[in-house]
Write a protein that binds this ligand. Sequence first.
Ligand code: PRP
Ligand code: URA
Length: 209
Amino acid sequence: MSKVYICDHPLIQHKLTFIRDERTNTKDFRELVDEVATLMAYEITRNIPLEKMEVNTPVGPVQGRVISGRMLGVIPILRAGLGMVDGILKLLPAAKVGHIGLYRDPETLKPVEYYVKLPTDVQERELIVIDPMLATGGSAIAALDLLKRKNCTQIKLMCLIAAPEGIRAVQEAHPDVDIYIAAIDEKLDDHGYIVPGLGDAGDRLFGTK
Ligand code: PRP
Ligand code: URA
């Protein structure tokens, strides 16, 4: 069974509270999501391997450690996942970015795929799939299914807020994919929205609706 990591660093929780606040305007919402994505990238990379590297300081040689040449990929689920990309790339600038376009049908709540563009060597990369919201889990599962069909094997999922239903669904469908989240909320409402959540992440990020 995959692990669920709650990123409960005080800075993340502080910023998440303002992200949730309905009074937060589009500009501030976007900036806060970007900042939280950077902080979560710090958490998600906590265990990436290092290798030795010797450098000279002005005073003498030192055996340092640097990140070993990992090939990383960041895969936002459109639209709302786009809001987390730049924040992650601030810490992982060499990562390639692949896009998976999915929207949730408002009646069935099932994901509908409309766009996919992935790095050509995606199957060789360690991937972080990003989406602010893990509600029913349908969108995340569809994105993970698609990546597995492309032979991707090393995948993590990073979301801001998850419903318990979504976590269970992803764990059942993809027990090898660890999940990183800033908060687990109470439940889903009748329209598949996370309660209390933050509302519609895509609309709040892009000022639509
Ligand atoms: C939202 C969100 C997730 C999905 C979560 O996207 O960003 O992708 O819903 O719901 P699920 O876990 O039940 O699948 P939405 O479909 O609203 O599209 P958008 O990002 O374009 O607004
Ligand atoms: N998508 C969102 O943007 N918000 C939710 O609460 C659920 C799905």
